[in-house]
Design a protein around this ligand. Structure first.
Ligand code: SAM
Length: 126
């Protein structure tokens, strides 16, 4: 199961579901308008993703295989504590445009010029 934390209007989840229809995708955001927009944008008869309105810090991540995270950088410190406390050792954390400072990463993918953080996807294993 992939959990998208801070899913906004659902762009990532909807796009990924199109190319991976069998993947279970759950998207969480604490903006009611954004979650409602996501539900509206989802193709009518598509199986997923599942969109949830709520605080990601109150969302369990204990059964997640892949965590996709694109949040304000200042939230990452609190998020690390949550990941350490709750996630499985096999959970992969994928961060877009943000990074877990001081933590070694497994892989970094550059989508454009390497110098710009907004072009980076960084993968962590805990
Ligand atoms: C940078 S945007 C994410 C963009 C989106 N992931 C994308 O790929 O287009 C950050 C999102 O995190 C959400 N957010 C911020 N704090 C949150 C929290 N505590 N719980 C859930 N969502 C939160 C905001 O509502 C916002 O939609």
């Amino acid at each position: 199961m992939l959990l998208d934390l801070g899913s906004c209007r659902g762009t990532f989840g909807i796009s990924l579901q199109k190319i991976m229809p069998d993947l279970s995708i759950v998207c969480v955001d604490n903006s009611f308008i954004r979650v409602a927009t996501s539900m509206f944008r989802k193709p009518l008869f598509a199986k997923g993703p599942k969109f949830l309105y709520g605080d990601l810090f109150k969302t369990s991540i204990s059964n997640v295989d892949i965590l996709n995270v694109y949040l304000p950088q200042e939230m990452t410190k609190t998020l690390i504590d949550k990941i350490r406390a709750e996630s499985r050792s096999t959970t992969i954390v994928v961060m877009y445009r943000i990074e877990l400072e001081d933590l070694p990463y497994k892989e970094r993918i550059y989508l454009g010029r390497p110098s710009e953080i907004r072009n980076r996807v960084t993968v962590y294993e805990f």
